[in-house]
Each structure stands twice: as structure tokens, then as C-alpha cells.
Ligand binder design. Sequence first.
Ligand code: AMP
Ligand code: MG
Length: 282
Amino acid sequence: MGWHKPAAEALRVAPGFDLADLDTRSTPGWRGKKRAGRDAMATRGHELADLQEKLYAHGRTGGDRSVLLVLQGMDTAGKGGVVRTVLGMVDPQGVALTAFGVPTPEEAAQHYLWRIRQALPEPGTLGVFDRSHYEDVLVVRVEGLVPATTWEPRFEEINAFEREVVESGTTIVKVLLAISPEEQAHRLRRRLERPHKHWKYVPGDIDARERWPDYQQAYQDALDRTSTEHAPWHVVPADRKWFSRLAVAELVGRALEGLELDWPVTAVDVEAELARLEASEV
Ligand code: AMP
Ligand code: MG
């Protein structure tokens, strides 16, 4: 039971990966059922909190490292749930969540990477993007918001941009949460059947759903063109929520671990300060 293969390896997009062949109910790299997953998540939570606090301490003492989780997926794929789970396990002080929706007039007047740059995590921060610059080669392409001559060069531009981000000290963890159209229908139906979930529903969700094959093609191209050595894509089967949440927590945990940070060594004379504390009279 547990990870029989490192999640980063099991979920990473390898050359020749075909999204159409993915079993969205599978649990690559993980052996065990929901209960074992829940137990692993609890353990992982403590580790994650510790690792994130180390990153925060590193940032507070002049370090330049950070981690950026980029989440993509069709509506109802579970981006919100992943954000809640992963960020719910760490100190809110050290995290920065940005959700990218339809660009505001101010954003639309700028280059598409402008709003992304604004939201990049500061040193010591765990940043999370709920949607990202990838929308500019996904929805923008599928909806024909710009011509192919505009979105096509973006793959290379994104690769160069991400290289720059990585070189500045940020580890990028890119995750596509992949659900099946059947599971999406099920989740949208539940949303519509439950009044307290209506706020999440917009009729446009069905419009996007009707373009499922176009989105799959756009995602496939994005995976093929932008899964690089410096910022590889991971595809997480997401029909089982317990697995997708566990898998993303694992990917983020390993990325934090990969920074190999230690607790900062203080310049304070600890013995002297303890002596002062004992001597202080209040
Ligand atoms: P949600 O994540 O459910 O709040 O929805 C956000 C919506 O914003 C989705 O329909 C996205 O496709 C859309 N969106 C995000 N980025 C862009 C973009 N660059 N251009 C157009 N639509 C976008
Ligand atoms: Mg939505």
C-alpha cells in the first residue's frame, strides 16, 4: 500500500503520452483504496506543513526559492477541492492563491502574460494558480478568440517564460486534473440538483462541455508542446477526488522537499538571550 512509484514519475507526461488513452479512474503510482489514501493524506499534511514553513523561513531570511502549483482542468475537474485540501494543510501566511478568469478590461489591454507575472510567488511563498496562462492556448483557441497565428507561437513563448521563472528560483509544478465526460455530466447534474451548489454553475459550463473533443485536442497539444525538462506536466486522473487530492499534495510535497532547505541558522546568541530572559524581571 502507498506510493510504489514516485508520484512525479508515475504522473509525469512522457513522450508519446495520449490523453485519449488515460483511464480517469486509475491511480498511477498508488496502490491502495480510499481509506489508505485518507491515512496517507493525514501524514502528508504534517510533512507538508513542516516543509512549507521551512520555505517561508527561508524567504524571511533572504532566500530566493519558491514553488508554484499550476492547476488546469475542465469545469468540475476538482481544482477548487485540490486548492482547499493542499492549502488547508499549510500556514495561510506563506501561500498565495490566484484564480484566473476571463481577463478584465485592464488585463485584456496587456500582453497575456502580464497578469501572470503579477501573480508569481514571492520568495518563500507557495503560489497556486487556479487556471493560468494555459487558458491562452486552451479556451482562447477553442473559442476562436484569437487566430491560430496568434496562439500558435505562444507554446514557445510560454516555455521561455517558464524557463525564466524557474531560473529565478521557482519550482513549477504543472498539473492537469483529467476527468471523463461521464464524470463531468454527473458532477454538473449534482451541481444543478443542489441549490447550495448553484452559485458554482454557469450555463457556459455546458457550452465548454459541448466542445469536449476540441478541448482534449487543445490540452493534448499543450502537453506535447510545453512539457519541458524545466517545467514538466503531470496528468492526474481525477474521477476519484480522494486520489487527485492525494496526488497533488504528494507532488507539491516532493517539490518542496526537492528544495532541500534547512532551518535558517540564527545570528542571535541563543545562550546569551536565554540568560537575559531568565534575568529579566517583569
Ligand atoms: P472558473 O474557473 O469556473 O471560475 O471559470 C473561469 C472562466 O474564465 C473559465 O470559463 C475560463 O475558461 C475563463 N478564462 C480564464 N482565462 C481566460 C482567458 N485568458 N481568456 C478567456 N477566458 C478565460
Ligand atoms: Mg467554473
